[in-house]
Structures are given as structure tokens and as C-alpha cells.
Design a protein around this ligand. Structure first.
Ligand SMILES: [Zn+2]
Length: 105
């Protein structure tokens, strides 16, 4: 349940409540009312998750931990293999990985 992103909850919530609304117009079933509220609850969870994510992102920016995804990859100057920034030597040819150029970004 926690693995799902916020927009999935919002989309599911909107679809479920909208669908139950359409069906409710034709037949006034109690189950459809239940589905409508379930959709609203799902949408609420989506909004809650979105807010949590935004807050987490802000706190990361304050700590200066946010960095572009590409900065974690270093290209080997000898063979051109993409290595992780944390590695000291190229995992293909064994050459020392240069990290100087990336610090400027
Ligand atoms: Zn290499």
C-alpha cells in the first residue's frame, strides 16, 4: 500500500467516485454511495501523500542533499563505461575514475 505513489491514489479515487456517480444516476444503490465515499477517501490519501512528499523534498533541499540524478554517474575516460560516482576504479577496464569535472555543476 505504501509503495503506490500519490497520483495513483488520486486517479483511482477520481475514477471510483466518478464511476459510482454515473451508476448512481441510474440506480440508487447503497453500494454505489459506498464506492463514491471510498473514492473520496482514496483521493484524500493521494493528497496526503503528495503533501508528505512535498514536505520531504523541502527538508532535503534545506539540508543540501538534493542533487541531480546524473551526478551519480561518472564516465570512464579510457573505455567510456558509465560508472557509479562512489566507485574509485572503472568496473570494466580498471582505470582510475576521474571525479573532478563533476564537482563544478
Ligand atoms: Zn573504463
Amino acid at each position: 500500500m505504501a509503495a503506490l505513489p500519490w497520483f495513483i491514489y488520486m486517479i483511482v479515487g477520481v475514477i471510483v467516485s466518478a464511476y459510482s456517480r454515473i451508476v448512481m444516476g441510474k440506480s440508487n444503490l447503497y453500494v454505489m454511495k459506498l464506492f463514491f465515499y471510498l473514492g473520496i477517501v482514496f483521493f484524500g490519501i493521494g493528497v496526503y501523500k503528495l503533501l508528505l512528499e512535498r514536505m520531504r523534498g523541502k527538508s532535503l533541499a534545506k539540508n543540501g542533499k538534493s542533487r541531480p540524478a546524473d551526478s551519480s554517474i561518472v564516465t570512464c575516460k579510457v573505455c567510456g563505461t558509465r560508472n557509479y560516482r562512489t566507485s574509485f576504479f572503472c568496473h570494466i577496464c580498471g582505470a582510475k575514475v576521474e571525479k573532478k569535472a563533476l564537482n563544478r555543476s
